[in-house]
Design a protein around this ligand. Structure first.
Ligand SMILES: C[S@@+](CC[C@H](N)C(=O)[O-])C[C@H]1O[C@@H](n2cnc3c(N)ncnc32)[C@H](O)[C@@H]1O
Length: 404
């Protein structure tokens, strides 16, 4: 291509034209993808690698015709990688609203010779999803990867995915979701949240809780397969199925609240705001907060993550984020089923003790009969099925003596 704004790269097994990063450097020398005429962020390669891996596993449970929508395609990279590295799809739409993207997507499709399966499209994502749905067509998998919040696209995605189909959603508005910009987060995701001491724990649960509630409003329910935070974004992949009864059960058991005392650090997950815990038993007083509604169930499915690991070690060892993915999946396979996460630095601060070693606290929790693992949500975090009182006991027991 005779255009100096672009350069040829390889990602996964795909060759493609992307904006030449040299032309879009900030003063500090860092590439700024949003300045380029077409969006491509090399920092998101793990997100795309994982999507390839997930579809390689999910493909086996999809009925033909397999229709995939890459709704915010940028350079076309996800659609191309799904076509080249997995195969088996009957139709993959690489859609982007931008004209420059559309032109580049067409070039990248022909460069990879996948024009029989991958079709370029230049439409607003919601319009495209509703148009397909209104003509009776639904998708087996939809990838939602917009700038910032995915909120405006959740309804259409849930509506236009097939019964038993899958959605992958990326969110880069982590500050609102995690409570660091809680006013924006509360408005955008229709929740009541505040700053929380494990921000990404809150953020992933607000995102999934919102999606679950939107699904329920249309008699659909979701099952999270994998959820994680990485660099500047959240990624969740989940199954969407039809059924009013199951949607009710999801609302009653997986959507709830965090009862939280910022003074003492006490927190617990509850399904009903008033039924479980009397205000006095929390020993918090008037500062007791109720955060939610949000997702209080598992953030992922260990069996699915096990299959991802199997596939990674088998056919996908060439992925450039292989090592990082291996580490992440090995944590998530255990962490996904544990619904409590504590930051040992924060717990120690409220107890006024030195922060103990993570390993000591994990050993202490396990000795008490709980499951406990290092969390990917923060460097000093552990995830466990233990509650607040048990973690407090272990932190106090294992705390290193204060220096005089
Ligand atoms: C974060 S980028 C997508 C990056 C791409 N998925 C990847 O992995 O490289 C978001 C893209 O969405 C496009 N976009 C923004 N709003 C849109 C909308 N409402 N409908 C369709 N595309 C949109 C932008 O032009 C941009 O290319």
């Amino acid at each position: 291509m005779n255009d100096e704004r672009f350069t040829l790269i390889t990602e996964g097994k795909v060759r493609l034209w992307v904006p030449n990063p040299k032309n879009y450097l900030r003063e500090d020398g860092v590439y700024e993808p949003s300045w380029a005429p077409v969006f491509y962020n090399p920092l998101q390669v793990l997100n795309r690698d994982l999507t390839v891996l997930a579809l390689a596993v999910l493909k086996n449970s999809m009925k033909h015709p397999i229709h995939v929508l890459d709704a915010f395609s940028g350079t076309g990279i996800r659609a191309l990688r799904i076509a080249v590295e997995i195969g088996g799809a009957d139709l993959i739409i690489a859609n982007d609203l931008s004209k420059d993207s559309f032109i580049l997507i067409r070039k990248n499709i022909s460069l990879n010779r996948v024009g029989d399966v991958v079709k370029p499209s230049k439409m607003e994502a919601n319009a495209l999803m509703y148009l397909f749905k209104s003509s009776g067509k639904t998708f087996s998998f939809i990838d939602i990867d917009p700038f910032g919040t995915p909120e405006p696209f959740i309804d259409a995605a849930i509506w236009s995915v097939r019964n038993g189909g899958f959605l992958g959603v990326t969110a880069t508005d982590t500050a609102p979701l995690s409570g660091n910009r809680w006013r924006a987060g509360s408005r955008r995701y229709d929740v009541r949240i505040l700053r929380f001491d494990v921000p990404h724990y809150l953020g992933l649960r607000v995102l999934l809780g919102y999606i679950g509630r939107r699904a329920a409003s249309r008699d659909r329910f979701i099952k999270p397969l994998i959820s994680f935070t990485h660099k500047h974004y959240y990624r969740v992949i989940f199954k969407v199925s039809r059924g009013a009864g199951e949607a009710d059960r999801m609302l009653n058991s997986k959507i709830g609240y965090i009862l939280y005392c910022p003074d003492s650090g006490f927190r617990t997950l509850i399904t009903e705001p008033i039924s479980l815990i009397s205000l006095t038993s929390t020993k918090c007083g008037p500062n007791l907060k109720l955060l939610g509604p949000l997702w209080i169930g598992e953030l992922g499915d260990s069996e699915f993550i096990r299959q991802l690991l199997g596939s990674l070690g088998n056919k996908y060892t060439y992925l450039s984020s292989y090592k990082e993915l291996l580490n992440l999946l090995n944590i998530l396979i255990k962490e996904s089923a544990l619904t409590n996460t504590f930051d040992l630095v924060s717990v120690s601060r409220t107890l006024r003790v030195n922060t103990p070693k993570i390993k000591d606290v994990l050993d202490c929790l396990k000795a008490k009969g709980f499951a406990a693992v290092r969390s990917h949500l923060c460097r000093s975090c552990v995830s466990s099925d233990a509650g607040w009182e048990d973690i407090k006991e272990c932190v106090a027991e294992m705390a290193r003596p204060l220096k005089r």
